[in-house]
Design a binder for this molecule. Structure first.
Ligand code: PLP
Length: 389
């Protein structure tokens, strides 16, 4: 916060926000402490606990004293299994040298923006966007140029990027499946973004946190397109696919010169992810595809239940194609999404996130996270029915 004299933080932090979502979480905790039942749709964490196999791998690492410093970029066996997965599943031509382990996807993204951006650079950011991204761009003293996702998809992504870019544009943030909208970009859309990046000599920062949650079609990694590997930093996380949000483990994939930048940033920020956590991650990476597919079907059931209920109540939303969020129109309650989310929380004890915190293009909607037990969705819908009576 800005202050007098030397009792202030560095100026580059002045414009960096602190998550609105945290304030909602606090309000929920307050209601719960007062003995109220809260229908919690504000979160973004898997409905299942970390599988035992993964926890046991951590215990094994501890009993084998695998507790010392590891290479700051990650232990060899983990980077090897990640590289193998990237070749097999994402179609990326990579080796262990192109992979760095990070403290979750958030850390990978932070390091990616810091690696690429200079003060005064612009970044094309599809909006609505995952809130921290704009702050990460601001923390690099760069500026976000908002690209309205819906209109871009309707009118053509290439043309929209062309219209909104500036001579200072350095990078594009490309998130699929998207938080908060659930949009999944198609291969053809990825090709348009890639063509634009190549033509304008831009870097793509790809965020594939929800790669295992695509309900319609298939996840497609933009770095797998010809000529894109060298100009893309792709980021991933174990948080969502393996129920490991609190473990803080993810990874970034890039070629030089960017990998050296990422290595420096990881070295001087965390000096690597905790060693036992990395051994647990090795076990997580062995998860059979059938297990990931079965979980996706669990999410699909929740999505269908929630989306049908919301549409019935006039909180309209198209079924999200990916991730685990429904972005519902709340004009029926208020056009001001903060007001709508506030009323839902106060009167129905239904916790959501106001769409405007995901950018101007999110105004008029609220985000419901459906990574919750099915019973919690039915109960939440009942509470909403009560709200409208
Ligand atoms: C779009 C998106 N990217 C990245 C992340 C990073 O997750 P984590 O830092 O837990 O790996 C999240 C988490 O909510 C997300 O929604």
């Amino acid at each position: 916060m800005a202050g007098k004299g030397s009792m202030r933080t560095a100026k580059r932090l002045d414009e960096v926000g602190f998550s609105d979502i945290v304030q909602i979480r606090n309000k929920v905790l307050e209601l719960r402490a007062a003995g109220k039942q809260v229908h919690a749709f504000h979160g973004g964490e898997p409905y299942f606990e970390t599988p035992d196999r993964i926890k046991q791998a951590m215990s094994r690492a501890l009993s084998e004293n695998l507790t010392r410093y590891a290479p700051s970029s990650g232990i060899g066996p983990l980077r090897e299994s990640i590289a193998e997965k990237l070749r097999r599943k994402n179609g990326l031509d990579v080796s262990i040298d192109d992979v760095i382990v990070t403290a979750g996807g958030a850390h990978a993204l932070y390091a990616a923006f810091q690696t690429v951006l200079d003060p005064g650079d612009d970044v094309l950011l599809f909006s609505p966007y995952w809130t921290p991204i704009r702050d990460m761009i601001t923390a690099a003293e760069a500026r976000a140029l908002l690209v309205p996702t819906s209109s871009a998809r309707q009118s053509g992504i290439f043309a929209m990027l062309e219209k909104l870019t500036t001579p200072n544009t350095r990078a594009i943030y490309y998130n699929t499946p998207q938080n908060p909208s659930g949009v999944v970009f198609s291969r053809q859309e990825a090709e348009q973004v890639a063509r634009f990046a190549v033509e304008r000599d831009l870097i793509v920062i790809a965020d594939e946190a929800y790669e295992d949650l695509v309900y319609e079609g298939e996840h497609f990694s933009i770095a797998s397109l010809p000529g894109m590997m060298q100009r893309t930093i792709s980021t991933y996380t174990l948080s969502k696919s393996y129920g490991m949000t609190g473990w803080r483990v993810g990874y970034a994939v890039a070629k030089e010169p960017f990998m050296t930048g990422l290595r420096k940033l990881v070295l001087y920020s965390t000096n690597g992810v905790s060693t036992p956590t990395q051994w647990a991650a090795v076990e997580a990476m062995k998860t059979p595809q059938s297990e990931l597919d079965a979980r996706r079907e669990e999410y699909r059931k929740r999505r269908d239940l929630l989306v049908a209920g919301l549409n019935e109540l006039g909180l309209t939303c198209a079924p999200p194609e990916g991730a685990f969020y429904a972005f519902a129109n709340v004009a029926k309650i208020s056009k001001d999404s903060r007001k709508a989310a506030g009323l839902l929380l106060e009167k129905a004890h239904v916790a959501t996130i106001p769409g405007v915190v995901f950018g101007a293009q999110g105004e008029g909607c609220v985000r419901f996270g459906y990574a919750v037990p099915e019973g919690a969705i039915s109960d939440g819908l009942d509470a909403l029915r009560g709200f409208f009576q």
